[in-house]
Design a protein around this ligand. Sequence first.
Ligand code: SF4
Ligand code: SF4
Length: 162
Amino acid sequence: MSLGYLERGYLEKEELPPFPSEERLKKKTVAYIECPQPIPCSPCFESCPANAIEMKNINDPPKVDYEKCTGCMKCIRVCPGLAIFMLRLRDDGMGEVTLQYEFLPWLKKGDRVKLYNRKGEEVGEGVVNWVLPPERNDNTSLVRVEVPAELIFEVRAVRPVG
Ligand code: SF4
Ligand code: SF4
C-alpha cells in the first residue's frame, strides 16, 4: 500500500477501510478504525472482548468485523493513535461520532463545537451529547457529537465554538 498519507498527513477516501453498511450503522454504534500504517501496536486488538478486531500479527493494521462489534468502546479508550471512531446513524436523520479528545478545557454535554474533516477543514457545527472524562493519569476524554447524518463519514476532530 502507498504510504503517501504519511507525507500528506491525512487519509484520502480511497485509503480508508470500507464503511459499515447503512443498515449496520442504524442498528447500533460501531467501531471504525482509520489505522493503515504497519506499526507494532495492538491495544485495540487486545482490548476487544468480542474478537471483532482482526490482526494477523502485531504490525498488521487492524480490521473490524462490523457484525461482531458490540459497540462496547473498549478499543477507543485504549488507542494511543487517536485512530478509532464510534459511528452511528439515528432514525431522526442525525448521526453520532464518538472520538478521543485531548484539549483543555474539557468539553461537556451541551457544548456546541465546530466540526473538522481529516484535512482539518471546517465542515459544520455539532453538539456534544455525551462525554467520558479522562481517567486518573490519563489525558484523553471521549466525546460524542451529534452531527448531520452524512457527516459521520467526514468528521474526525472538533473544537469548541467561540
Ligand atoms: S467497540 Fe468493543 S466490540 Fe467493537 S471493536 Fe471496539 S472493543 Fe471490539
Ligand atoms: S490501538 Fe490504535 S494505533 Fe494501535 S493498532 Fe489499534 S487502532 Fe492502530
